[in-house]
Design a binder for this molecule. Structure first.
Ligand code: ADP
Ligand code: MG
Length: 741
């Protein structure tokens, strides 16, 4: 036997089993008394509350007025703000500020500058001007732009988004003032994820306000999308993590045999949270609370060592920034607790993957007292409110029906490919689940069950008037739908756990804005020939129900029958990321996005190119990592063990006996040969892909050729794992990472 006692894997096992829960530091006041969350919530943000305290009231009012109107900040206000911010920051020992933005890599980026300046006499002073607050010029040349910005013109500007609170990040004892920003090129092209989102929010608002005015809600002035993203993640002990080059390089295990116990027992979901994990979660929440992130729910998820954190919903733009912060805090705090937080969609094959359910709705964010703050997907008390709800519901159905392919593209990534359609996550087919009650109601309207009735009678007969009461205890939940109505919001469940919510929310906003615009146009036409607005609404609703019927599906989205049924209905079924991404640049999508003024054609195309490139890079890194692991760890371990077996066989032969391990050795040799053959194939395929110039052609080859070879090589390796004596195996096994962490 190999000397298992000194192998790194064995040492990791010793370390992990001896671990205690990490230290939890709860915030206290100067006298050491524990603080309530409400005492310190948002203490690391320069929020409106801080501004009000620190700014002259005239400046504060002008700031609020100009952000509400979406106007450019005047320089006097900016200077006063910058000064107050600097003073506030310096009280907390902050020396540097940065514009914090979201390049299209899916993560966030920042470049720090200090407040330090030299005055004319050469003395050191701290300065932070309005101009510096509003805009900075990071070197943009290494951020993906999808060809929009040639390298000789590598200037990109980060410009402050005053609708998202400024905060300071505390990392390694260092605090930095972070200014949430958009990132645009010299010519104003969106180089980031936030710019499109903000534009889509405005498009959605303009469309919805117009519709609301048409149906008599003339008080509505502004509408905003709301979002509550439920973040799933895995935790594994860092001692295991560091021994897995695949996790280090790609965030997922590229090989690993399934343990006999997976999640079959379903004993983890909502089970009690282990002490070490709870200590970690508690520290995550404290950090988030300080940052003003309203973390609300924490629980175990379906798979072993899988968990979820969900916030209270906020305006989509802020919720997205907060989700980025949440992902960063999860990763950072995990390390302090000797964990690694895995945000990948599929860290472990054969074990449930992770998603990020995007709970989405629309809220009237400005308007008269009757309507401000109203959730437009919440059925109300009056028939009018219920009809309004029906219209917004129909608009959403229309948007999702018409742009199903684009929404599929919104969630496409190499990581999510392992999840979608893998019998544990929504399929790669976009459909909408409404729940029994709504589904029946729409069917009744479609059948003209209200024919000949007055509007008030129809509302009663169809159940429209009972909507709010029924919806409240409408617990029928369908977990298999990618886009489900859950009482007063839609849940876009197909979003990947590591993804930024920006792109999916941008495209959803656009799709629904399109649906609303079409409904408004139809309604304008119908109102003229109708007895009442209500009658016109019923007619339009009926038309939309018929038109969008194919997108509605109440059954099991994981079943094979659904795939066949969806094909019959003509719904797009885009299995791989490259297939899905082409939807972004379809004529229909370009018309939608440019028509709403959210992207220019060039910006749309760049989004396609950036995503194709990211897909290629990610899978190529995985394949190269797999190749290295097999060559330098898996095969050598198997050779070593086969030598031991061969020695036993030879020794038996020498004394005239046939060793029983001869059979085992033969099988091991066979699997080794197959693994080597697959490895060669992998190497050839990689060469083929590398020699290709076009990124699109590469992506197609990766999906069609490379991924299958990776899978078959993995299969051989997993078989080796089950044959080679445990002491020789170099990588922490699934059962160790998932059940001992
Ligand atoms: P689930 O039962 O689906 O796991 P959770 O409570 O974990 O539900 O998550 C639901 C999420 O939906 C929360 O983040 C919640 O704040 C959010 N949510 C509730 N209402 C709205 C709304 N009107 N708009 C957007 N998100 C909402
Ligand atoms: Mg949840």
């Amino acid at each position: 036997m190999a000397d298992t006692g000194s192998s790194p894997r064995f040492q990791a096992l010793q370390t992990v089993t001896a671990r205690n829960p990490g230290k939890v530091t709860l915030p206290t006041d100067d006298n050491g008394n524990l603080l309530k969350v409400s005492d310190y919530f948002g203490m690391n943000t320069f929020s409106l509350k801080q501004m009000k305290e620190k700014l002259p009231s005239d400046i504060y009012k002008r700031f609020v007025a100009s952000t509400q109107a979406g106007k450019k900040l005047d320089i006097e206000v900016a200077n006063a703000l910058a000064h107050a911010m600097k003073e506030w920051a310096m009280e907390s020992g902050i020396t540097h500020y940065c514009h914090w933005f979201q390049p299209q890599t899916g993560t966030t980026a920042e470049k720090h500058d200090s407040f330090l300046t030299l005055d004319s006499a050469g003395n050191a002073i701290e300065r932070f001007s309005g101009a510096q607050l509003i805009q900075s010029e990071p070197d943009a040349s290494s951020f993906p732009s999808g060809g929009m910005r040639t390298t000789f013109e590598a200037r990109g500007y980060a410009a402050w988004d005053p609708t998202s609170p400024i905060f300071f990040a505390e990392i390694g004892g260092t605090r930095t003032l972070c200014i949430p920003s958009v990132f645009i090129s010299y010519h104003g092209d969106a180089l980031d994820e936030k710019t499109g989102l903000l534009r889509s929010n405005e498009a959605l608002s303009a469309s919805t306000v117009k519709l609301l005015h048409l149906i008599g809600d003339t008080d509505a002035r502004h509408v905003t999308a709301t979002l509550g993203p439920e973040q799933e993640y895995f935790l594994i002990d860092r001692s295991f993590f560091t021994l897995r080059p695949d996790l280090v390089m790609s965030g997922r295990t590229l090989i690993g045999a399934h343990p006999p116990k997976g999640q079959q027992l379903e004993d983890h979901y909502f089970g009690s949270i282990p002490a070490r994990v709870l200590a970690f979660m508690s520290e995550v929440e404290t950090e988030l609370f300080k940052l003003g992130v309203p973390a609300k729910t924490r629980h175990n998820e379906v798979a072993p060592m899988q968990f979820e954190i969900a916030p209270i919903f906020e305006e989509a733009n802020v919720a997205i920034d907060h989700n980025h912060l949440t992902m960063e805090v999860l990763k950072r705090v995990a390390k302090r607790h000797n964990f690694e937080a895995l945000l990948h969609e599929k860290p472990f094959a054969g074990v449930n993957g992770s998603g990020k359910h995007n709970n989405w709705s629309m809220m009237v964010s400005a308007g008269g007292p009757e309507i401000e703050g109203i959730n437009l997907l919440d059925p109300g008390k009056t028939p009018h409110q219920n009809l309004r709800f029906l219209l917004i519901l129909m608009a959403t159905l229309k948007g999702v029906h018409k742009h199903a392919g684009l929404l599929r593209a919104a969630i496409a990534s190499s990581g999510n490919d392992h999840r979608l359609g893998a019998n544990e996550a929504p399929p790669a087919i976009i459909s909408v689940f409404l729940g029994n009650m709504l589904d029946n109601m729409l069917n009744e309207i479609e059948k003209d069950a209200h024919k000949g009735l007055s509007y008030t009678e129809a509302v009663i007969k169809l159940g429209v008037s009972r909507l709010p009461t029924v919806m409240k205890d409408n617990t029928d939940r369908n977990r298999t739908s990618p886009f489900a109505f859950t009482g007063n919001k839609f849940e876009f469940r197909a979003v990947g756990s590591s993804a930024s919510c920006s792109f999916p929310m941008t495209l959803l906003n656009c799709a629904v804005a399109d649906g609303i615009n079409e409904i408004t146009a139809a309604l304008e036409g119908k109102i003229k020939g109708s007895k009442s607005v209500e009658e016109a609404i019923f007619t339009v609703v009926k038309e939309v129900i018929r038109e969008t019927k194919s997108i509605r599906f109440e059954g099991n989205g994981y079943s094979g029958e659904w795939v066949i049924e969806a094909e019959k209905r003509g719904l797009p079924h885009l299995k791989t990321t490259p297939q899905a991404l082409h939807e972004i640049v379809s004529q229909k999508s370009i018309a939608l996005l440019t028509g709403l003024g959210v992207f220019t054609t060039e910006e749309v195309k760049s989004r396609f190119h950036v995503r194709i490139e990211i897909y290629n890079k990610k899978v190529m890194i995985e394949a190269e990592t797999l190749e290295t692991i097999v060559q330098t760890q898996i095969l050598p371990a198997a050779y070593q063990y086969s030598t031991v077996l061969a020695e036993g066989v030879a020794a038996a032969k020498a004394i005239g006996l046939k060793a029983p391990q001869e059979e085992v050795l033969a099988r091991l040799y066979q699997t080794l040969s197959s693994a080597q053959a697959e490895l060669k194939k992998l190497d050839r395929t990689l060469g083929q892909i590398r020699s290709n110039e076009s990124e699109e052609a590469k992506a197609d080859l990766i999906a069609a050729e490379l991924k299958p070879v990776m899978d078959s090589l993995r299969k051989e390796c997993d078989q080796l794992e089950n044959m080679v004596a445990d002491g020789y195996w170099p990588l922490p096994k699934y059962r160790e990472m998932l059940f001992l962490s």
